[in-house]
Write a protein that binds this ligand. Structure first.
Ligand SMILES: [Mn+2]
Length: 245
């Protein structure tokens, strides 16, 4: 049982090898609106540090960012693969693998790169580049998953599966309009991963880990949509509520 006030949530860091760790402000804004205190993690944590961190925080948000090193899912790197931060891969994969089996469980929300790391941590793999490696089934139109429009503008729909945590959280909507800022995507789901939303061209856009009460990954950026779309805010409200337990 938690004995303090607001839940404190760890947010994973990004870096551009420019001597700074950073996180996009909208992640913090939306978590604060949901009643959470967000805290940015450092990039380097050994196994003992990971153990301490999973016990200290009430929940974990895996933020967006660059591509996962393909060798983490047993592949060579193709030309269309993007920027990689091996140290961030190491940190986030170690965190996920500990969180998958942590007792008692802690809530996890994984956004954009987050769903991809979540899948790799569970033994799944990725399209290194949708345009180079993915062809939808006959009759399906190829969408752009790398929109030119600002992030607060949704550009493609996803169909949400009814028997999922996500469906209940967003108030029973089977159709969501989302933004799209990714060139990679989940290919083969890892062990225990349940697909909770798919775009019309067949790309996996949300998954949840069946082994935990709250472990949700979304391929879009709800933090940029939450101000104008209540159903996107509900994702963070549900996460905050789970962190309060
Ligand atoms: Mn997309």
């Amino acid at each position: 049982m938690r004995n303090h006030g607001k839940p404190v949530v760890a947010v994973t860091p990004s870096t551009e090898n420019n001597g700074k760790y950073h996180v996009s402000v909208p992640y913090f804004d939306v978590l604060e609106r949901a009643g959470v205190i967000p805290v940015l993690l450092p990039m380097h944590l050994d196994d003992n540090d990971i153990e301490q961190v999973v016990n200290i925080f009430d929940g974990f948000l895996f933020a967006g960012g660059c591509d996962v090193l393909p060798s983490e899912y047993g592949e060579e790197t193709v030309e269309a693969c993007g920027e990689i931060q091996p140290q961030r891969d190491k940190l986030e994969l170690a965190l996920f693998r500990r969180l998958f089996v942590l007792k008692p469980a802690k809530p996890v929300l994984a956004i954009c790169r987050g769903i991809q790391v979540m899948n790799v941590a569970a033994g799944g793999n990725l399209y290194q580049d949708i345009a180079a490696q993915y062809a939808p089934d006959d009759g399906k139109t190829v969408l752009t998953h790398r929109q030119e429009q600002p992030s607060y503008i949704p550009t493609h729909h996803v169909t949400v599966a009814k028997d999922t945590l996500l469906y209940g959280i967003i108030g029973g909507m089977s159709d969501l309009y989302v933004n799209s800022h990714h060139h990679q995507a989940v290919k083969k789901p890892g062990a225990g991963m349940k697909i909770s939303a798919v775009s019309s061209d067949g790309i996996i856009e949300a998954m949840e880990y069946e082994g935990l009460p709250f472990c949700i990954g979304v391929q879009w950026h709800p933090e940029h949509l939450a101000a104008g779309m209540p159903e996107q805010m509900k994702i963070f409200e549900a996460f905050a509520a789970a962190c309060r337990k």
